[in-house]
Design a binder for this molecule. Structure first.
Ligand SMILES: CC(C)(COP(=O)(O)OP(=O)(O)OC[C@H]1O[C@@H](n2cnc3c(N)ncnc32)[C@H](O)[C@@H]1OP(=O)(O)O)[C@@H](O)C(=O)NCCC(=O)NCCS
Length: 192
């Protein structure tokens, strides 16, 4: 392993924010409802004209999360290579009043952010981060880690599935206010 994973302080989040999170959308997972969903939903992978998706455009930036939320119970991990460059990161939200995704529960954590530098994707770094996130969450007494992604991030869906996560929530029209009505919200759960 040519990298190490360290815990970060809020002051170091500027470096974390510098790790690109954007990716190219080449396929999307189209939900197909059987009998209007009563008979189940399956996802069919469909090619699209490629475009860049950047989550940073929709949030205030990793270095500012602590201004929007009380992050005193959160943990931030960074992956550092031999030269000291930041090549990956994961942030976990836990026990925070105004984070709806936590459902007011103290026994789940939320993978708030996960990113691997594009030059280093596909080398097992995401897997190492998930393992670290799972260990940390277990140490807090959590029974699962909850993760939000979208059907336009088919690579992340494949990644979460490969990590042993199960799809536990599908919301079809959740991103309308953000002008992203065609995107489907997906919740993945990693049982600990
Ligand atoms: C999703 C992401 C974090 C995965 O990290 P990664 O370091 O590239 O993933 P890993 O190399 O650890 O992959 C582990 C396993 O996941 C699966 N996987 C990962 N990327 C995949 C892809 N593009 N297509 C299919 N399967 C994939 C594979 O099974 C892989 O194991 P293998 O390499 O032995 O086949 C990374 O691609 C990324 O930063 N994407 C952009 C930001 C993003 O989408 N973040 C998540 C937001 S919800």
């Amino acid at each position: 392993m040519d990298y190490k994973i360290i815990e970060l302080n809020i002051e170091d989040m500027k470096k974390y924010a510098g790790i690109p999170i954007s990716f190219t959308v080449e396929t999307i997972l189209v939900p197909v409802q059987i009998d209007k969903g009563v008979g189940g939903i399956s996802f069919v992978e469909q090619a699209v004209s490629p475009y860049i998706k950047n989550y940073e455009e929709f949030g205030s930036g990793a270095e500012n999360w602590h201004k929007r939320f009380d992050t005193s119970n959160w943990v931030r991990f960074a992956v550092i290579d031999k030269k000291g460059s930041f090549i990956g990161g994961a942030t976990v939200a836990y026990k925070t009043d105004n984070v709806n995704m936590l459902e007011g529960r103290d026994d789940i954590s939320v993978l708030w952010d996960l990113r691997v530098h594009p030059d280093h994707r596909g080398k097992g770094i995401g897997k190492s981060l998930i393992s670290r996130v799972a260990d940390w969450s277990k140490s807090k007494g959590c029974v699962m880690v909850k993760i939000e992604t979208q059907n336009i991030n088919s690579n992340a869906c494949k990644f979460y599935s490969a990590m042993g996560c199960r799809l536990g929530g599908i919301k079809m029209h959740e991103y309308k206010e953000e002008g992203l009505e065609s995107e489907v919200m997906l919740f993945w759960y990693l049982d600990l």
